[in-house]
Design a protein around this ligand. Structure first.
Ligand SMILES: [Zn+2]
Length: 131
């Protein structure tokens, strides 16, 4: 399959998000998980990758709190985080349904899908501690 522009590369990602599935590129040659989608696998430089569904579970690698988002459609405050998914890839997203003071580095999170600007956006919520 030929993969070209950024929009084409991410088309399937957004299509799956509409069905509330989080996917990421997985290289069938070397097994690398990566994000965002690129024409060639960043590890082995072949174009032999395809989207596979993620568990949607991971932990917070880093985060920042934005108190004045670009416009009033955004949650306030907006918690933007670099999420490390359990399959070993990372994506930027938002942490929702919690206070900034509840967010910690390494905290466990799970994907959720939020209606935003006419499409479903993958965001993350804190997983409640079970102990
Ligand atoms: Zn590869």
């Amino acid at each position: 399959m030929r993969k070209q522009s950024g929009a084409e590369l991410s088309f399937q990602f957004w299509e799956q998000a509409e069905s509330e599935r989080l996917v990421r590129p997985v290289c069938s040659s070397c097994g690398e998980n990566f994000f965002s989608p690129q024409v060639l696998c960043p590890n082995c430089h072949l174009d032999t990758w395809e989207y596979q569904e993620s568990s949607g579970e991971g932990s917070i690698y880093s985060f920042t709190v934005i108190h004045r988002p670009p416009d009033s459609n955004f949650p306030i405050p907006l918690i933007v985080a670099d999420i490390e998914l359990d399959e070993g890839w990372r994506m930027f997203s938002w942490i929702v349904d919690c206070l900034p003071t509840e967010v910690d580095l390494g905290a466990r999170v799970k994907v959720n899908f939020m209606d935003f600007s006419g499409r479903k956006l993958p965001v993350f919520t804190l997983k409640k501690k079970t102990t």
